[in-house]
Design a protein. Structure first.
Length: 537
């Protein structure tokens, strides 16, 4: 067997320039992300699936460390109405209050005040930042409301189609806008980076289609579909001039309805839960780390616990920040100065720990990766290994945490086996699973001793190589007792819930869909029946 000889600091190995292979998620068993108050879920809207444009990986040197304070509302605005004043001042679109779909959405908000109320904590944490970024780009403030509709302001939100994060990016769209999805991180969950990418995408859509409602519709149904629809409808000026999917029509109407309510809540008798923005409300700032850093060392330097850092940086999937730029963490604004100074004072030796491992008889790259809970691709790239062949007596450099695993928040623990478990469902195939979870299918087959001709069995447990237990929501869902129910004609959420003796709220939560979402025959829904499913169900 291999022997761990000694631990080396970061100076023993320059990893910052390595480009890690993507092994990321769409939608994610890690620890529980932030608690979600048992709220109703928003619509699961998937950003357009677009093939990413290839871009060569460039080694990146750590930048000079300095705090980057996020823009916040003025003191006068904050005292009066928090960030809502800035939000309202930036509304520029016609909210089209005479349109039936818009009125329906407004009526729903009026009848369900608890929906917005359940977003208070995350709203105070994220909306001021999003609003400031939109304002800085001189874009319509209505765009600030998209994450409420897309994800209920949950960075861990996912859709069954594979969209993830506040802005619900699909993997290919995320990579197109330079978001990294690899063993270390899923930047679709990074509040700052995903917001910048989403605003870049929306600006591009607006430039292409010339109208903000068309841009919003394209964000929902895909720019290719929007282009084809416009070709069939010459002279169309807005999204409502087109024959679009009903979901897209209501998506655009919902954004306008939310904006109308935010603009004049008194008119509709709605009490918004997001203001005033008092000193107790979390406000965030970006600090530069100066390079890759173990979360234990970062938390120690900042004077906060690791769970605090993880809650503010949900894109992190391991015990350390990624080796590639941007090297940054989100912290509360009041901690930013102290955090920046403390992080800048750390030497490379104090940031990361490396183990020098001697390869023993019968050792394999996958075995060492599993033992140290490291992705095989990471080991290969760090050590210049081509393929999977390694030689007895050689050494491998392996990144290791400073502390014992139990000291880390659950998201960063991978356990003895190192891999999360996926339970096969009806209709699954190796290709579908690897695509849904953004995994390399060859790695998936090797980890489970399967071939392309292998027949999967419902309930079969598959090891997800190199992912550890960082799939926070998706695998937790599918590993619990559940069935995949195929929607029939005339089904509704209420009839399905009644059939399986569960509540509509649970059905909505299990599938991360809007309680008013349209369901269609053939659609699959996750159901955890209270009793055995009825015959034929």
């Amino acid at each position: 067997m291999f022997k761990r000889w000694w631990a080396l600091p970061t100076t023993a190995l320059i990893l910052a320039g390595c480009q890690m292979a993507g092994v990321a998620p769409a939608p994610g068993p890690v620890a529980e992300p932030e608690v979600d108050d048992g709220e109703m879920s928003p619509p699961s809207v998937v950003a357009a699936e677009v093939e990413p444009e290839p871009s060569p990986a460039q080694p990146t040197e750590p930048e000079a460390a300095k705090p980057v304070e996020l823009p916040l509302p003025s003191a006068a605005d904050e005292a009066r109405d928090g960030f809502l004043a800035q939000l309202r001042a930036g509304f520029r679109l016609d909210h089209d209050l005479e349109r039936k779909q818009v009125r329906k959405e407004i009526d729903w908000l009026v009848r369900n005040p608890e929906y917005l109320a359940s977003k208070r904590e995350r709203g105070l944490r994220y909306l001021p930042y999003i609003c400031a970024e939109v304002h800085k780009r001189e874009m319509p403030a209505e765009l600030c409301l998209i994450p409420i509709i897309e994800s209920a302001l949950r960075p861990h939100a996912f859709s069954p189609q594979g969209a993830v994060g506040l802005w619900q990016f699909m993997p290919s769209t995320a990579r197109r806008f330079d978001l990294t999805l690899d063993w270390w991180t899923d930047q679709r969950r990074d509040v700052a980076l995903s917001t910048a990418a989403a605003l870049d995408y929306l600006a591009q859509l607006h430039k292409r289609f010339g109208d903000w409602t068309l841009a919003l519709a394209a964000y929902n149904c895909g720019e290719g579909r929007m282009h084809r629809t416009l070709r069939r409808t010459p002279g169309a000026k807005t999204a409502f001039d087109l024959r679009l999917p009903r979901e897209t029509e209501y998506y655009v109407a919902r954004i306008l309805a939310y904006a109308a309510v935010f603009a004049d809540p008194e008119r509709y008798g709605v009490e918004l839960p997001f203001g005033p923005l008092d000193s107790a409300a979390p406000r965030v700032a970006v600090v530069e780390t100066g390079g890759q850093i173990d979360l234990a060392r970062a938390a120690e330097a900042i004077g906060q616990d690791m769970q605090y850092l993880y809650n503010l940086n949900p894109a992190l999937k391991r015990w350390a920040t990624p080796p590639n730029a941007p090297h940054q963490l989100l912290v509360r604004a009041e901690h930013a100065g102290q955090a920046q100074q403390a992080l800048a004072s750390l030497s490379n030796d104090e940031r990361m720990l490396w183990a020098r491992v001697r390869i023993g008889t019968n050792d394999t790259l996958s075995g060492i990766a599993s033992e140290y809970s490291v992705a095989m691709d990471t080991l290969s790239r760090v050590n210049g290994v081509r393929g999977t062949r390694i030689e007895e007596g050689d050494f491998l450099m392996v990144p290791t945490p400073f502390r014992d695993w139990p000291d880390y928040p659950t998201p960063f623990r991978t356990g003895a086996g190192g891999d999360a478990i996926y339970v096969v469902r009806s209709g699954d195939s190796l290709w579908k699973i690897s695509r849904r979870l953004d995994l390399d299918m060859n790695l998936l087959m090797r980890a489970n001793e399967l071939t392309k001709r292998s027949v999967l069995q419902i309930g079969q447990r598959l090891s997800l190589p190199g992912l550890g237990s960082t799939r926070s929501i998706e695998e937790k869902q599918v590993t619990q007792e559940a069935i995949a129910y195929r929607v029939r004609r005339n089904d509704s959420l209420s009839t399905i819930a009644a059939r399986f003796k569960v509540s509509v709220a649970k059905l909505v939560d299990w599938n991360d869909i809007d309680p008013k979402a349209f369901i269609h025959p053939g659609q699959r829904l996750v159901v955890r029946p209270a009793d055995q499913p009825p015959a034929g169900g």
